[in-house]
Design a protein around this ligand. Structure first.
Ligand SMILES: [Zn+2]
Length: 461
């Protein structure tokens, strides 16, 4: 890291010196305070990694450093830097400005609203504009100009765009040209290293054919990133892809239950696996966050992210399910991760379940029936609350009663009645309300503690 540490490095959002975090998809380095805001916006807005306390794939770090050093931050602050379009009256926060509201509002405008980019990103229904941007991306990845590609991606170019005339995707081009950083950037934006071109060949194939062996290996690693991350979370090891090992599945824990994902369609299973990946990331980043904070400040002043922030592109049901993942205790969560890994391997090897159910209820019944620890949560006003007002009196035990029922119905493969579904849903709402209460109580106590701590110096001799 010593190579990295130069005095000129400042937080891309507030100019504090010595930024210790990076936002991988935005190509910027950020300070602890701004990182707290980034995290509260969710991974769909910003994927943060600690520069020294998180393991980095070397070429991914190289990609972020290159973007940062080449001024990629200007993409997100274009209109702020352009004197002719100074209409908003917005200014960048200073290092001394408060996190709330100054830094928070700025970071939200900058990355969530994209308020300062040159042109507004094109909408999904504007397919001609999107295809045009994607074609530009397709030809730009051949070169080393990363900022251009990030700008195109920020405006809506599709990393997985299949060029109808060329018959391949941008990642095929980058892989063939040995553009390692371009490949990293495309993959952060969702490019698939296993996507076939019109000849049925993947980017991995072209990288290897062109003699870019390291890039081919890295693309292989990215292809298995989801399950590798889960395996690493469980046992601190990753499979040896070069030698044909693609999965590590730790032995099932003692109280093995029916894998809850077993009956999901491939599509829903994929969503569940992605949600669990996000939750692993949240838990691991929280741990790094707490380990790197200055503990002289009160816990309430260090922003932990108590559950996955709402992603407006997902249904509210899915967002609720994602947030419930935070309630699994470590053991329950590990059991779920093992389920996912076993099932991912099974699905990859093509032993599909005879009658997959394409209904989310199966999943959410199972998630809802496992209540984890609820006492550690801290008030986090930035989140859209998913608690509903209905049925706050319902007892938490309903959830436990339903656990038996849900396992029953899973086993019998019978349809789930609306009645059963509503019961679970009510139980979930009730526990959500309970959590909100606990969070409030926690924040009241913290406030009291803070007041008392302020008084201590006055009363000392
Ligand atoms: Zn900052």
């Amino acid at each position: 890291m010593s190579k990295r540490l130069r005095n000129s490095e400042v937080c891309a959002d507030c100019s504090s010196s010595d930024p210790r975090w990076a936002s991988v998809n935005r190509g910027v380095l950020i300070c602890d305070e701004c990182c707290g805001v980034h995290r509260s916006l969710g991974r769909h807005n910003s994927q943060v990694r600690h520069l020294s306390n998180t393991p980095w794939p070397p070429t991914q770090l190289q990609m972020v450093q290159t973007l940062y050093n080449n001024g990629a931050n200007a993409i997100w602050e274009h209109t702020l830097l352009d004197p002719s379009s100074m209409t908003s009256g917005k200014r960048k926060p200073n290092p001394q400005d408060k996190v709330h509201p100054n830094k928070t509002e700025f970071v939200k405008s900058k990355y969530q609203m994209l308020a300062f980019v040159h042109r507004l990103p094109c909408r999904d229904d504007d397919s001609t504009a999107a295809a045009d941007l994607s074609k530009q991306l397709h030809s730009s990845v051949r070169t080393g100009n990363l900022e251009t590609c990030l700008r195109l991606l920020s405006l809506g170019a599709q990393a997985n765009y299949f060029h109808p005339e060329k018959g391949n995707t941008p990642l095929h081009i980058a892989a063939k040209a040995g553009q390692v950083c371009q490949a990293e950037l495309l993959c952060v934006y969702g490019a698939d290293p296993g996507a076939p071109d019109s000849n049925g060949k993947t980017p991995i194939h072209y990288a290897r054919q062109a003699g870019h062996q390291d890039l081919a290996d890295r693309l292989m690693e990215i292809q298995y990133e989801l399950t590798d991350r889960l395996a690493f979370y469980l046992c601190g090891r990753k499979p040896d892809h070069k030698n044909g090992q693609h999965f590590i599945i730790p032995a099932q824990m003692t109280d093995a239950t029916l894998p809850i994902s077993l009956q999901l369609s491939d599509h829903l299973f994929e969503e569940l696996a992605m949600d669990v990946y996000d939750e692993v990331d949240r838990r691991e980043t929280d741990a790094v966050w707490l380990a790197t904070q200055n503990h002289s400040t009160l816990v309430t002043e260090t922003t932990v992210v108590p559950f996955l922030p709402v992603n407006p592109e997902y249904s509210s049901t899915r967002n609720q399910g994602r947030q419930k993942l935070a309630r699994f205790n470590a053991h329950e969560f590990a059991t779920l991760v093992i389920d996912i890994l076993s099932d991912a391997k099974r699905r990859q090897q093509g032993n599909s379940v005879s009658s997959p159910k394409d209904n989310v209820e199966v999943f959410f019944k199972s998630v809802g029936s496992r209540h984890g620890s609820e006492s550690q949560e801290i008030d986090q006003p930035d989140y859209d609350s998913v608690a509903s007002d209905e049925d706050t009196d319902t007892d938490l035990r309903v959830g436990k009663a339903d656990r038996a029922k849900s396992l029953d119905s899973d086993l019998s493969d019978g349809p789930i009645s609306v009645q059963e579904f509503l019961e679970v849903k009510n139980a979930l709402s009730a526990s959500e309300a309970k959590i909100q209460e606990l969070m409030k109580a926690n924040s009241n106590l913290s406030e009291e503690l803070r007041l008392m701590q302020k008084k201590v110096p006055e009363t000392q001799p």
